[in-house]
Design a protein around this ligand. Structure first.
Ligand SMILES: [Mg+2]
Length: 266
């Protein structure tokens, strides 16, 4: 991981799309700071496409798509994208699974939930579970005392034994049924809504993240950035981001925004 300050100016200038994780990448210690939110807004105003790509629930994403200075949002680790068209006042939504599949998957996730809570003491249902449409989020660090890594691995293996995918963020283990992740839905969004094919996207997108559930994005986008706190997860990553910020969490995101805005101003 090269320090972000060493990104060549020409490279920084080629970036037009900012995809970013939210938790511990834009937020810091669970809070959205003025400087990180301001960074999103400045990028958006300067004409960058700004798209959070998060494990957070549909309920949150409705709010984010409507009210934040962003162009769209990918939620629940790629289960859907939402885009609010401000001129037409309409919310455009695309889900990976059909409504029938979502219902069938929920019954299977309910069974996994019961098994995890019964067999991993100290884990809990994530407090934002009620607002999720496609996945199951198990809290190991947000509202409960942090569980050791071996317990996090046990949660992951319960999902995997049931045939579900499971990804570890900085706070939750998220699991779901379906062949999607942050990357596949981000690619669908870029092509559906913004008419960008992969060749174009690859060179115009920067992705910022902080943890293992960002790995498919680090692997796919040559211009990927980890905020400094990714160091804590580095041993779990096979694909690391190309660049790393000096600042942690939201400060790291603001550092990236400053670099892009300065590069554009020339
Ligand atoms: Mg994160």
């Amino acid at each position: 991981m090269t320090p972000l300050s060493q990104m060549p100016l020409e490279t920084a200038r080629s970036i037009r799309v900012v995809l970013t994780d939210i938790d511990d990448t834009v937020t810091s210690e669970g809070m959205l700071t003025a400087s990180a939110y301001g960074a999103l807004e400045e990028l958006h105003r300067a004409g960058f496409l700004v798209i959070p790509v998060t494990g957070r629930p549909a309920g949150w994403c409705d709010h984010i798509a409507r009210m934040w200075p962003v162009d769209a949002v990918v939620g629940e680790n790629g289960a859907f994208y939402f885009r609010y068209d401000r001129e037409r006042k309409t919310m455009q939504q695309r889900f990976w699974a059909s409504p029938e599949e979502l219902k069938r998957n929920r019954a299977k996730l309910d069974a996994i939930e019961a098994e995890v809570l019964a067999s991993v003491p100290g884990s809990a249902l994530a407090s934002d579970q009620a607002y999720r449409m496609a996945d199951l989020a198990i809290d190991f660090c947000e509202d409960v005392p942090a569980l050791p890594e071996s317990e996090v691995d046990r949660i992951v293996s319960i999902f995997e034994r049931a045939g579900a995918q499971a990804k570890v963020s900085s706070i939750h283990v998220n699991g779901w049924f379906g062949d999607y992740n942050k990357l596949s839905m981000a690619r669908t969004l870029l092509s559906d809504v913004f008419g960008m094919d992969w060749d174009e996207a690859k060179n115009a997108v920067v992705y910022a993240g902080d943890s293992p559930n960002d790995e498919p994005m680090f692997a796919a986008f040559p211009l990927s950035v980890g905020v400094a706190n990714i160091e804590a997860f580095a041993h779990r990553l096979t694909s690391k981001p190309a660049y790393i910020t000096k600042g942690h969490s939201g400060d790291g995101f603001a550092e990236l925004a400053r670099l892009l805005l300065d590069a554009r101003r020339g």
